[in-house]
Design a binder for this molecule. Sequence first.
Ligand code: ADE
Ligand code: ZN
Length: 355
Amino acid sequence: MTALRAALEALPKVELHCHIEGTMRPQTVIDLAGANGIPLPTADPTELYSYDSLDSFLDVFWLVQSTLTTRADWTRLAYEAVVDSAAHGVVHSECFFTPARHLAAGTSLKEILAGLDEGITAAQAETGTTCLLIGDMDRAFGPAAGLAFVEDLVRLRREGAAGAERVIGVGMDSTELGIDSTTFLPGYQAAHAGGLKLTGHQGENSTATDVGACLTVLGLDRIDHAFPVLADRDLTARLAGERFPITICPTSNVVIARCFDRLEDHVYPLMRQAGLLATVNTDDPALSDLNLAHEYDAVARAFGYQWADMVAIALDGVEACWLDDPDKTPLRNQIARAASQLTMSPQRPLDDGSR
Ligand code: ADE
Ligand code: ZN
């Protein structure tokens, strides 16, 4: 491991765009598929993780999701997700879960939440990190299913169901093809009325106009991907002025949505130069052989960032997260402390010759 990578592993980081199903370890896919009688096209899950577009990736994602059957499966998934991210310096995460196909098949949201919460609670105790959840509407299932999911979620929170209070927001993911995301407004309205924060995926297969429409119509508090926004100067300037949080997943945009040929071609540096609050995240780390320290390392190298840039990106993660302000302070202090300790080693900068 290079000195840079070691420092980025140790740097406390916040993850704001990670699908919990996309963290499933290959061995867990095999175990759950076996236990639940889900046929896999190959016994080698690394062969499973092969795709060449967002929609072909989603076929794999949906297969992985389909292995989650019992409450204990969700517990195992969540426990491993938090333990694995903490091993690479993640101190706080806000993870998506997208239960549309489970709900359509008759699984109760209450069971899923209780399962996720049990796993996260155990992993938090073990690692000293925190993990909150964002319930995503799956665009492939349509706005009515999205609304029904959100209404159920809000009701479970009101009733104090186990794990429901861990869900702090609602989002939207999955395919963008042929879908007008603004039709999901009723779900967003129900979420807002229920006291939940709002985010949504837009821009992997769509334009600045679509990103702008989501922001205008849906009342989002944060947006996922959204890099096409740079094509709209006025919108970019407005979002930069507001420090509106954007979650960017640079490697995912190369290997999953195929929006850029190489990481070096990603517009992330232009977003930062424009003053946007653009955070760095993994998206589906296990399915793209990634973790957040690896992603910071890749970003630093691709864009020639210095140590101070990487610390600033970590701090942007705190600014963009949905913790209350008083709860952000200890995270900022943790990052500042680690950052100064790490820079104290002689000539920490990126060109340390040990790559
Ligand atoms: N679900 C999991 N990963 C996703 C992505 N990158 N885009 C849309 N939906 C997803
Ligand atoms: Zn995503």
